[in-house]
Design a protein around this ligand. Structure first.
Ligand SMILES: Cc1cc2nc3c(=O)[nH]c(=O)nc-3n(C[C@H](O)[C@H](O)[C@H](O)COP(=O)(O)OP(=O)(O)OC[C@H]3O[C@@H](n4cnc5c(N)ncnc54)[C@H](O)[C@@H]3O)c2cc1C
Length: 317
């Protein structure tokens, strides 16, 4: 049985590690940050492949990931639920190709949309409650015999070898290990409110008067977002950003204007013009890279993990 070391314990690392175990490999994870302290823990996270159609395999990864998430809806303790989402769209914007993956897409009349929008959609998607889901992934990996070590990796060569495999899932920090100058952080800040029972549906806009705004009601809290600041490495919450997020969300739902905020969190999405998922035969041994999922890492994770396991099987026969 070939030994595999996965570097990184976010959603990409954990999903890859689990699929590799299921393919028969003996897998360990080494990571600087562990759940609940990774970018993946900060995320909303809704299954929404908005930019997936720009990636060569994006729609297939999103479809495969949706399939696993639908299975997890029925698995107690996974933190995955189905939720109805309202998405107003900019004037003149048509439906997108990825929407063909949905079962119940409907157009929404103007009088049910926030002010300034004339078109929009309503549909049901998986919502991943990350505080529950990331802990579930860790348990699933450990239950399969996997071990997690907390350590900063300064060079991949420390773990490579002719008969060993390294899987690089280091997200926004991948450039520091690989020299890949195409990776960059995309800062995202969110507000956590206590559960808001009056909010029963999710909301998300990517353009138009509200710009990038979302409201995700979850069982243990309600998330308000969002921001998308390319190039910023700052993980300190910004008060002006919080006020702007709150203002936009309150214009969608007035009940959110005065609700208590229990936490403000910041995560660094791994920006890249395309996901890097490929085998590299380095001088010291094989490395599969799986990073650069930008703002849709939770939407693609299981599809990418399937490819990591397939490449590993092909490489090691
Ligand atoms: C506010 C916000 C909202 C989001 N909403 C959504 C959403 O609704 N839907 C969606 O699909 N996606 C969403 N995303 C994007 C998604 O969270 C990311 O694409 C995804 O988390 C990336 O996962 P990852 O495992 O590749 O990276 P990460 O979660 O960042 O994990 C990287 C791991 O690598 C480790 N690491 C890095 N460098 C080293 C090193 N040198 N040595 C050891 N370990 C190292 C880190 O410590 C960490 O454990 C959102 C992100 C944010 C911030």
């Amino acid at each position: 049985m070939t030994d595999v070391t996965v570097i990184g314990c976010g959603v990409s690392g954990l999903s890859s590690a689990i699929r590799l175990q299921e393919a028969g490999f003996s897998v360990g994870i080494v990571s600087r940050e562990l759940p609940p302290h990774t970018t993946s823990d900060v995320a909303g996270a809704i299954w929404h492949p908005i930019s997936a159609e720009n990636l060569p395999n994006g729609l297939r990864w999103a479809a495969e990931c949706r399939e696993e998430l639908l299975r997890l809806v029925d698995e107690p303790g996974s933190g995955v639920q189905m939720i109805q989402l309202l998405e107003p769209v900019e004037e003149g914007k048509e439906g997108e190709r990825w929407q063909a993956l949905l079962d119940d897409l409907r157009t929404v009349p103007e009088d049910e949309l926030p002010l300034g929008y004339t078109g929009g959609f309503r549909y049901t998607v998986p919502l991943i409650e990350t505080p529950i889901y990331m802990a579930y992934l860790v348990r699933r990996f450990q239950a399969n015999g996997g071990e997690i070590q907390q350590a900063l990796v300064s060079t991949l060569q420390k773990y490579t070898g002719a008969d060993r495999l390294v899987v690089n899932c280091t997200g926004a920090w991948a450039g520091k290990l690989t020299g890949d100058s195409r990776v960059f952080p995309i800062r995202g800040q969110i507000l956590r409110l206590p559960p808001q029972p009056q909010v029963t549906r999710a909301f998300m806009s990517h353009g138009g008067p509200l710009g990038f705004t979302y409201i995700f009601p979850r069982s243990q809290d309600c998330l308000l977002g969002g921001t998308s600041e390319a190039g910023s490495w700052s993980v300190r919450p910004n008060d002006a950003t919080s006020a702007a997020i709150r203002g936009r969300c309150a214009s969608v739902d007035r009940s959110l204007a005065d609700a208590e905020v229990i936490d403000v969190r910041v995560g660094l999405r791994p920006g890249r013009d395309e996901v890097r998922l490929e085998l590299e035969e380095t001088a010291s041994g094989p490395v599969i890279h799986n990073y650069g999922h930008s703002g849709i890492g939770h939407t693609l994770a299981w599809g990418c993990a399937n490819d990591v396991a397939r490449i590993a099987r092909e490489r090691f026969g």
